[in-house]
Design a protein around this ligand. Structure first.
Ligand SMILES: [Zn+2]
Length: 112
């Protein structure tokens, strides 16, 4: 997976945004929260976003050691949780970039 593809995934993730994730995502028992309370799904979305951004920055610096520090399993978990939200947006299909994003993360994980 090229850095360019990862950048596209990051951009798509940014377009969707954390607020939308909370609105549309299914909240499991442990993730349920009241209005104005911190959203764990959002927090994981932010972590995934930061992890991807860091991975891109490190890849561009060509420091393979840093790739191993990314928590790919966590990112994959977040992608799984984002699927219901992506599918809920009927007028803006978002599942395609989740597929692409998941594929990118899996390839990074294999390399680490
Ligand atoms: Zn929430």
């Amino acid at each position: 997976m090229s850095i360019e593809a990862m950048k596209q995934a990051l951009e798509a993730m940014g377009l969707m945004g954390a607020d939308l994730i909370c609105e549309a995502a299914h909240h499991g028992k442990k993730d349920r929260h009241g209005i104005g309370e911190p959203c764990h799904i959002q927090q994981r979305w932010h972590k995934a976003f930061d992890a991807l951004r860091t991975a891109i920055a490190e890849a561009e610096k060509q420091e393979p050691v840093a790739w191993q520090e990314a928590d790919y399993d966590r990112v994959l978990q977040v992608i799984k949780e984002m699927r219901p939200a992506a599918e809920a947006i009927k007028d803006k299909p978002a599942s395609w970039w989740l597929d692409r994003f998941e594929e990118a993360v899996k390839q990074l994980k294999e390399r680490a």
